[in-house]
Design a protein around this ligand. Structure first.
Ligand code: SF4
Length: 221
């Protein structure tokens, strides 16, 4: 394990969990900083925490997290092979009829919070980013990305060698029958595409920084 990367991530986490830059700090239970392997060449970026993530402080837990784990496992991977983060680190929610439910973060909340993600990316330096869902894909890849037509495509991004948009597990869970099965298959295929891109970039690169063990974290078979 690279001490310097781990230390930098730990220091950033310490700063981030005290953040009160936007109003979401007043309603959150936990900042969901992100977790996984900070040396991984593959970063997965979702939109933001939901109720379970807010309650636990961990990204992608609950049913959506289980589906993500299954899609990783179908590629012979687990959370130890990737870093998982979010565009926004605190839960965005509203109270309706006495019930708290998730809402999309506002443009202001996203722009206030994304410097935290950008710092994570700066430290981790992923080769490939898999963006889950439209808000994450629009931030990482391009503002006018259309998930229906453009998921699964390998795009250039200023944040890594390339990025791929994939369906968000929470969206897949809202589908039923064939749509659910199809969505899950696409998620598995997009993780596979991201994994293959890591391997391709490493093979084709003459950059000595890419010849270490970190790219080997992604299974190559
Ligand atoms: S959402 Fe981001 S910017 Fe807002 S308080 Fe949480 S960590 Fe800070």
């Amino acid at each position: 394990m690279n001490e310097s990367i781990t230390q930098q991530i730990d220091e950033l986490r310490e700063q981030c969990i005290r953040c009160d830059r936007c109003a979401l700090s007043q309603t959150r239970n936990n900042v969901v900083f992100g977790e996984g392997n900070p040396e991984s060449p593959l970063m997965i970026v979702g939109e933001g925490p939901g109720a379970t993530e807010d309650a636990t402080g961990h990204p992608f837990v609950g049913r959506a997290g289980k589906l993500l784990d299954e899609a990783l496992a179908a590629n012979r991977m687990s959370r130890k092979h990737v870093w998982i983060g979010n565009v926004v680190k605190c839960r965005a929610c509203i109270i309706e009829n006495g019930r708290t439910r998730n809402r999309p973060p506002t443009i202001e909340e996203v722009s206030t919070c994304t410097p935290w993600l950008e710092k994570q990316i700066e430290i981790i330096k992923p080769l490939v980013i898999l963006a889950l869902g439209a808000p994450s894909s629009k931030f990482i890849i391009k503002k006018d990305l259309r998930m229906t037509k453009e998921r699964g495509i390998i795009y250039p991004t200023k944040y890594a060698h390339c990025a791929i948009a994939a369906l968000h597990p929470a969206y897949i869970l809202r589908q039923a029958g064939k749509e659910y099965d199809g969505g899950k298959s696409l998620l598995i295929a997009d993780i596979d595409a991201a994994r293959r891109e890591v391997i391709r970039i490493k093979k084709e690169s003459h950059d000595p920084r890419l010849s270490g063990d970190s790219a080997d974290l992604v299974p190559s078979g």
